[in-house]
Design a binder for this molecule. Sequence first.
Ligand SMILES: CC(C)(COP(=O)(O)OP(=O)(O)OC[C@H]1O[C@@H](n2cnc3c(N)ncnc32)[C@H](O)[C@@H]1OP(=O)(O)O)[C@@H](O)C(=O)NCCC(=O)NCCS
Length: 253
Amino acid sequence: MPLAEMKKLLRYQPPDRWLSAAELQRLSELSSADRRLQWLGGRWLAKQVLTSLMGERGPAFSDLHIESRDGLDRPARPRVWLRGRMQPWHLTISHSANGLYVVASCEPHCSLGADVMDAVPLDPALAGFWFSDQERAWCRRIGQTWAESIIWSLKESWYKAAGARVPFAPRCLDIMQLTPIARARVTDFATQENAVWTIRGLDCWIVCRRAPGMLSTLVCLQRGVSRSAVEDRHDSIAAAVCEGWKNEERGRV
Ligand SMILES: CC(C)(COP(=O)(O)OP(=O)(O)OC[C@H]1O[C@@H](n2cnc3c(N)ncnc32)[C@H](O)[C@@H]1OP(=O)(O)O)[C@@H](O)C(=O)NCCC(=O)NCCS
């Protein structure tokens, strides 16, 4: 959803009518106007998606509480409480300077991670530093300016879906190994401005979207991929990539 539309909508929705008490407290701690709008917009959209999933008799927005900080006050996967009870739902939130993206599911065996970016070319230094050789090769094969943004965005989405309790380390998340993106045909990524690509793998599927001025990705990790398995995978990939990196960089650092 474009952030400008959300800004208009929120003008008529005073926060004390639809936020939980703890959310109001958190809002009072946010001093930047942009961050407040992104945070509020994410909450509003998430509550709208969740109540629509619950059907006609969905609760009041103020009965839902969304918490995206962990016990040490660090950013964390958002969790949802309904009238004080934590729910087993999966929710993922992302904001960019111009857009908001929220995806939710009540399916217990699927873990979601989403990311939205404004459609501006990715800083080449980012790809140069954080991408693996295979990721760079994929971008060259696709041959589109936004291919690198898709890879970067999938790194963030995968990290969010995995819910790993380790800091975000983009170099350690090799999207060519972790997702089925390599299965897509290059011709699928033709240049239309509005496009959605869904690519399914055994335990992971991804959705990439291009809309005017925006690009988003969603990663869904499915049944059978337990959080600990994901963390093991994250760690072993980290180890392998760091080893490769050390060898590759030896002499240059
Ligand atoms: C996940 C992360 C890379 C996304 O950052 P970003 O691109 O700046 O922001 P986005 O708008 O795409 O996403 C922000 C949203 O992601 C969610 N989020 C934050 N951390 C998350 C995590 N670890 N897992 C899943 N979702 C997370 C939140 O809902 C947040 O929005 P909110 O604060 O309004 O609720 C960044 O928040 C991060 O590095 N988080 C991890 C922090 C950390 O190291 N935690 C401790 C683990 S040891």
